[in-house]
Design a protein around this ligand. Structure first.
Ligand SMILES: C[S@@+](CC[C@H](N)C(=O)[O-])C[C@H]1O[C@@H](n2cnc3c(N)ncnc32)[C@H](O)[C@@H]1O
Length: 174
């Protein structure tokens, strides 16, 4: 993997993120994997359209994070986005509030650890959207988790690009 390469979401996946964020109306969205900020801009544009909510996104490379900050600011969305620089497993610990929308678009082997870290903070019926890479065995532990309906998850794969996994976890109340 080329750690420095910008690998932005496609316009189709970006519009999917925007649509789900419009529908879910998250107060707090969290993204693992900001890169240059393309997906963050789609998400933050939805928050602006919703009139509420903020996004915490994460990027391990300071140079990419600086470029993302400039891109988000240029898009007029800087007030809605916090970029945490460093390893997401550290920068998202803690988030501190309930997470309504979680987007996973960092390195695949960290999808499950990031999900595990944030699961205690997921709001009821939180939406978790993961950008997939085709046939990457590193994704299997994550996919096994969200496709396990006996753990409260409902999940389906949308066939955009290599696939986007859309998952919801319902925690029984009481
Ligand atoms: C596929 S790119 C993200 C693309 C971005 N979502 C977009 O649409 O522009 C994945 C990013 O995750 C970052 N990343 C990888 N491991 C990370 C970690 N442990 N913590 C934070 N960011 C990480 C990489 O540096 C890379 O920029």
């Amino acid at each position: 993997m080329c750690a420095q390469a910008p690998i932005s979401v496609s316009d189709e996946v970006g519009r999917l993120l925007h649509t789900f964020a419009r529908a879910r109306k998250p107060q707090l969205s969290v993204e693992f994997g900001c890169s240059l900020g393309a997906s963050a801009i789609y998400l933050a544009a939805a928050l602006a359209d919703n009139g509420a909510g903020r996004l915490i996104t994460t990027e391990i490379h300071p140079g990419k994070a600086r470029a993302a900050r400039a891109n988000v600011t240029q898009a007029g969305l800087g007030d809605l986005v916090e970029i945490r620089v460093g390893d997401a497993l550290l920068t998202l610990d803690p988030v501190g509030e309930q997470v309504d929308l979680l987007v996973l678009d960092g390195w695949n082997e960290l999808y499950l650890p990031v999900l595990d870290l944030l699961t205690p903070q997921l709001a009821p019926s939180a939406l978790v959207i993961a950008d997939l890479s085709a046939d990457d065995p590193d994704l299997l532990p994550y996919l096994e988790r969200v496709r396990a309906s006996d753990d409260g998850w409902t999940s389906l794969t949308v066939p955009f690009d290599a696939g986007v996994e859309i998952s919801i976890r319902d925690v029984p109340s009481g």
